[in-house]
Ligand binder design. Structure first.
Ligand SMILES: [Zn+2]
Length: 280
């Protein structure tokens, strides 16, 4: 959905509801008499049953109910979120209070997290694993110096998906446990030379490590894929100044989702998440 097409829809509340109905791939029926003959009362943001004439709330169990704003505003906010606009700018552009916009964006992020939790993809084949440090000012060493930073462990399947998780430390035990959760045994795992990865080869993986000093040494031994993801995530997260640690997971998982769905229609995906229906 491009901006101009969306502009037409959100200039009118009834059009907005009609649009959502077109994306709602479950059957809508009257909660009172079960009739499927429904029409939209645009002015009242409600559905009306043609048969028993009663009004009822559309998408009563959807995430849209969590913030009481017109559907047209919701659609605008979802679009701005898709475009990675900050909550502050989005609130100005939609004339919605900052507090409400923040809440709406929080709900969208949570919906992404919940949708990701539904799929339990296991990565396999050629895998790149690496950790990255977010937040804090000083560039510290691994282990020591990483205080006040959030450590993210990332795994990327070449030509496939990336998966990230927050870890407490980068010990061999932690990294192995996170790998076992996500990567099929027998896969080749490429990492850098950090000793925390050494135990992979005793745990059912073929482990190859990259020597950054000898950058172009050997053909397939590199971790450029996961490093590309770190740049992708860091560039976007720079815009969100001071993400509080308790919200960090929401943001980094959003990055995972954006990366894995690049090339897809993110707006439509989000609309389906918000409606609580399958994407078809
Ligand atoms: Zn009815």
């Amino acid at each position: 959905m491009d901006f101009l097409s969306l502009g037409k829809i959100i200039s009118d509340e009834k059009e907005s509801l009609e649009f959502l109905r077109s994306r709602y791939n479950k059957r809508i029926h009257c909660p009172f008499c079960k009739s499927r003959q429904i029409y939209i009362m645009g002015s009242r943001r409600q559905f009306r049953c043609r048969k028993c004439k009663k009004d009822f709330k559309p998408f009563a169990h959807s995430r849209f109910q969590l913030v009481k704003i017109p559907y047209s505003k919701w659609l605008a906010l979802v679009k701005l979120f898709e475009l990675s606009v900050s909550a502050l700018v989005a609130s100005e552009q939609t004339r919605t209070s900052y507090k409400t916009t923040l809440k709406a964006f929080g709900i969208i992020r949570l919906s992404i997290l919940e949708e990701l939790a539904k799929t339990d993809d296991v990565l396999r084949g050629e895998i790149e694993a690496d950790e990255a440090y977010f937040g804090g000012r000083r560039k510290g060493n691994r282990g020591r110096g990483a205080r006040n930073k959030t450590i993210v462990f990332g795994i990327l399947e070449r030509n496939g998906k990336v998966s990230v998780d927050i870890v407490k430390n980068v010990s061999a035990k932690t990294l192995l446990a996170s790998t076992v959760k996500k990567v099929k045994r027998g896969s080749i795992v490429y990492t850098d030379k950090w000793r925390g990865y050494d135990s992979l080869m005793f745990s059912g993986y073929r482990h190859m490590s990259v020597d950054h000093q000898k950058r172009f040494a050997n053909g397939r031994v590199y971790i450029n894929g996961i490093e590309g993801f770190w740049s992708f995530a860091k560039e976007r997260m720079m815009k969100y100044h001071g993400i509080s640690p308790d919200k960090f997971l929401l943001y980094i998982k959003e990055m995972e989702w954006r990366y894995n769905n690049r090339g897809y229609n993110l707006f439509d995906l989000l609309i389906h998440y918000m409606l609580g229906v399958e994407y078809t």
